[in-house]
Design a protein around this ligand. Structure first.
Ligand SMILES: NC(=O)c1ccc[n+]([C@@H]2O[C@H](COP(=O)([O-])OP(=O)(O)OC[C@H]3O[C@@H](n4cnc5c(N)ncnc54)[C@H](OP(=O)(O)O)[C@@H]3O)[C@@H](O)[C@H]2O)c1
Length: 257
């Protein structure tokens, strides 16, 4: 066992971690946390300048930081980018499918493009990432796949959240199916369901349930390291809200967005 900083690193630690959507918010926050523990990181997003600046900041602590431009809606490009990053790091122990968009508009109001882009990014783009990650994991016969879904996956939400919540419900269902498929195998699948955590995606949203970014990222990293199969994050207040959301009448959920 070696020690990196104050954190013990064992042979079973997921050392080589790919994170998509690492140029801001939760992806950037998770990259900072894993870098501080001396892990090797592969970071991707469209804003390469932000990734490069982050990589420069993280390199002194991290074992390695590789970066790549990735637009997850360009689904044909995803396997090539993941493959090149895996080669650079010498394999991947964990892939965090985090890139996401919350750009929806009420359905049928002439803003179909925003809703379609949301689904293409959060569901179709996520599927492309899952395909690419599992191809690598199947070849290695091991790996931890982490899907960043949302609390809005639990219950279809109205208005501007409708397409977003449908995209995340699809992602959660994919994760659940893969958990059944890879049960008792060296491939593990985790589905995280963040509640409101302060980032660019919800800038301007006013709610008493908003966590600050650090609290949210810490809760996510903790659930990821435990390799939880299904985790509302942060646990408070989102574990009880997740339970309630399934059963609340529409009259109440209508007022939540
Ligand atoms: N914050 C919350 O309250 C909350 C709640 C539930 C779920 N989530 C989920 O958490 C994940 C991270 O979101 P966040 O809160 O950190 O928001 P954010 O700060 O807006 O980050 C979103 C990230 O996704 C990347 N991205 C968006 N479209 C992309 C594309 N087409 N190709 C590649 N990367 C793309 C962005 O990078 P580029 O623009 O540089 O490409 C950015 O790094 C998302 O999946 C979101 O749905 C967040």
């Amino acid at each position: 066992m070696s020690r990196v900083g104050w954190c013990a690193v064992t042979a079973t630690t997921r050392q080589k971690i790919l994170i998509t959507g690492a140029s801001s918010g939760l992806g950037e926050g998770m990259a900072r946390r894993f870098a501080a523990e001396g892990r090797a990181l592969a970071l991707c997003a469209r804003r390469l300048d932000r990734l490069e600046a982050l990589a420069t900041e993280l390199r002194p602590a991290a074992a390695q930081v590789a970066t790549a431009h990735l637009d997850v809606t360009d689904t044909d490009s995803v396997p090539g980018v993941f493959g090149a990053l895996a080669d650079e790091l010498g394999g991947l122990d964990r892939v965090i499918v985090n890139a996401g968009l919350g750009k929806g508009a009420p359905v049928g109001t002439g803003n179909a493009a925003a809703n379609i882009e949301t689904v293409q990014t959060n569901l179709v783009g996520a599927l492309a990432q899952i395909e690419a990650a599992l191809e690598i994991f199947r070849a290695q016969d091991r790996g931890h796949l982490v899907l960043i879904s949302s609390m809005s996956a639990i219950r279809g939400l109205p208005r501007a959240q409708a397409a977003y919540s449908a995209s995340k419900a699809g992602l959660s269902a994919l994760g659940q199916g893969l958990q059944a498929e890879f049960a008792d195998s060296p491939i593990t699948v985790s589905v995280l369901l963040p509640g409101y955590i302060e980032t660019d995606i919800n800038r301007g949203v006013r709610t008493a349930m908003m966590s600050d970014t650090e609290t949210g990222v810490n809760a996510m990293v903790s659930a990821i390291e435990k390799e939880s199969s299904w985790a509302p994050v942060p646990r408070w207040p989102w574990v009880p809200i997740a339970a309630a959301l399934r059963n609340l009448p529409d009259a109440i959920t209508r007022r939540m967005v």
